[in-house]
Write a protein that binds this ligand. Structure first.
Ligand SMILES: Cc1ncc(COP(=O)(O)O)c(/C=C/C(=O)C(=O)O)c1O
Length: 359
């Protein structure tokens, strides 16, 4: 039987040995060496851990396989979350896999179409809340308290237990070498917390002797963690109206802020912001230089790396891993909006040739 890659690490995942994992063979994503992109950015070594190639198209699957397995182990009857989209898509799919109902709360009008499509078709009860993600999260936590639904936002530690396997795989895939730095997008801040935990666990059990510098990137329109970091603070001041083209990280009050800031400080990492334009340019660079198709939030890791190298903060001799977190197909509308339109031609060879050879 194929051993699903997250569950390769079963011994250090907190699920009872009698509980069969609810798994769709998540994890085991590629770590691509990206020399053309590294040259363009101007660093020695760049790897991209492409989490968009998980079964539902984002890294959330790693957290959900553990979180939904735990829900079944605990005899929970319904799972629920608030989401900017990918968490809800993943929860809908794992709920279907487990045979239990899922309730998801989405910020009205601010969720990429692919993610809504997944949650709907996989049978989740999809509520479109007249408010933003942060408001939806407050409401779904109340709902879970009142109705004894199992909350599967990343405030649930079992989500982080699954996502820490990203750190394990990066080390495995680098032949047990530890990269100087890992750069990733930060929204609710569960992933940076989880990946850092994975690196620390590998060090604590003696597989490695150090951890990478955790470097979190936010869109400048939604950057409470970066603001706290720039002021050397251990917690955030919530942003009331976060806004960015990267709707996946359009979050003003990240639940894991304290843990994420601790991970950044402890690992001698850092946090910085990028503009929406820098995100879109990085999305193009990943797609066109390396064939890696990602949704906007994912590209903020590469956009942030580019900025930090240009600012002389990240050394040109560093070997860096960027985590890209969601697949391009999640947000096709954004791609159509930022790309040139297809060229309309008559069904004649003359028309085709004119179009092919015109600039
Ligand atoms: C593509 C993509 N990239 C980065 C993030 C940020 O990760 P965290 O910092 O762990 O929150 C998300 C998060 C999405 C949700 O929070 C949700 O789906 O509700 C994402 O979908």
């Amino acid at each position: 039987k194929q051993c699903p890659s997250v569950w390769k690490y079963r011994e250090i995942l907190p699920i009872d040995e009698t509980q069969e994992p609810i798994s769709i063979e998540e994890g085991g994503t590629p770590l691509y060496r990206c020399d053309r992109l590294a040259d363009k950015i101007g660093i020695k070594g760049l790897y991209v851990k492409h989490e968009g190639l998980n079964p539902t198209g984002s890294f959330k699957d790693r957290g959900m396989t553990v979180g939904v397995s735990k829900a079944i182990e605990l005899g929970m009857k319904t799972v629920a979350c608030a989401s900017t989209g990918n968490t809800s898509a993943s929860l809908g799919i794992y709920g279907a896999r487990a045979g239990i109902p899922a309730v998801v709360l989405l910020p009205e009008g601010k969720v990429a179409l692919g993610k809504v499509a997944q949650a709907l078709m996989h049978g989740a009860k999809v509520l479109s809340v007249r408010g933003n993600f942060d408001e939806a999260l407050v409401l779904v936590r109340q709902l879970c308290d009142d109705e004894k639904f199992y909350l599967l936002n990343s405030v649930n530690p079992y989500r982080l237990e699954g996502q820490k396997t990203i750190g394990f795989e990066i080390i495995d895939q680098l032949g047990f070498n530890v990269p100087e730095r890992v750069v990733l997008p930060v929204g609710n801040a569960g992933n940076i917390t989880a990946i850092y935990k994975g690196f620390k666990e590998f060090m604590n059990i003696g597989i490695t002797d150090k951890v990478p510098r955790m470097t979190g990137i936010q869109s400048e329109g939604a950057a409470p963690i970066v603001d706290a970091y720039r002021n050397g603070r251990d917690d955030i001041t919530p942003e009331k109206n976060p806004d960015t083209i990267a709707t996946a990280i359009r979050i003003g009050n990240p639940v894991n802020a304290k843990k994420a800031l601790k991970a950044i400080y402890e690992s001698n990492g850092m946090a910085d912001t990028v503009t929406d334009d820098e995100i879109v340019q990085a999305q193009r660079d990943l797609a066109q230089l390396e064939g890696i198709g990602v949704e906007p939030a994912s590209a903020s890791s590469v956009a942030g790396l580019k900025k930090l190298v240009n600012d002389g903060i990240i050394g040109k001799d560093e070997t860096v891993v960027c985590v890209t977190t969601g697949h391009l197909l999640k947000d096709p509308q954004e791609v159509v909006d930022v790309c040139p339109k297809p060229v309309v031609v008559d069904a004649t060879m003359e028309s085709i040739r004119n179009a092919v050879f015109s600039d």
